[in-house]
Write a protein that binds this ligand. Sequence first.
Ligand SMILES: O=C(O)CNC(=O)[C@H](CS)NC(=O)CCC(=O)C(=O)O
Length: 275
Amino acid sequence: MAIVAVGQMTSTASMAHNLKQCQLLVKKAVKAGAKALFLPEASDWISSSPQETLSLVKPVTESPFVLGLQAEAKREKLPIHVGIHEPGSDPQKVKNTVVWIDENGEITQRYQKIHLFDVEIKDGPVLKESNSVEPGTKILPPFQTPVGKVASTICFDLRFPEITLALKRQGAEIITFPSAFTVPTGKDHWEILLRARAIETQCYVIAAAQVGKHNEMRTSYGHSMIVDPWGRILADVGGKEDEPEIATATIDRELLKKIKTEMPLLRRTDVYPEV
Ligand SMILES: O=C(O)CNC(=O)[C@H](CS)NC(=O)CCC(=O)C(=O)O
């Protein structure tokens, strides 16, 4: 049994401001007795243009945001899972990644978002993530942590059950979706997708989300959530842009085992292909 914390915030283009918000979330997580803190996609910044993003991006070893969070993790002995940007192999592009910073402040895992958010919704969001982001090409195998076996995905990946089913097959216990969901898609899809992923994988789902107004062009839906392997919502931070907030829940290894034993989801790979 371990307590986990999910953190919600409103990143802007100021890395210093965003680090301050994360430091507050670390403080709250430590106070709540959490053994790991999960932060949103693009916690380091949300910009208003690809040009701005390119002007901000730095390798992790030179990013004041990442270095600052590593120091927090080390000081508090608190692992942190956080969404950031990293330089792409093409100098005109960045990587949208999530890293695991362990309790010693070391980056020990890294996943690069594989599905990019390119949408043109009438009267809704028009976003072309692939203009500035280079897609990842690999699933990161679930990794052991003090709170259980964690599997990383990012935001729009949530809509592709293939990745989460693959992670389930590789032994995931906790599937994470650090996100910055738009308001129109969030209000109709966010909760149902998170609960569906939890139910079909029989895993805990931890989804840290950006909330509120980042700039003139971007607003996020919020509702950071922790869902149990039966699909029940254990925590929901809500949709208000206030001061950075956390919610916590307890990861129960026995419940993971119980649900898998009581309702084995045996695949018919003789009928359809295994993903
Ligand atoms: O731009 C950054 O720096 C951070 N990245 C994001 O905010 C990404 C790409 S624009 N957002 C999403 O994937 C939202 C998905 C979504 O809202 C849905 O699937 O409905």
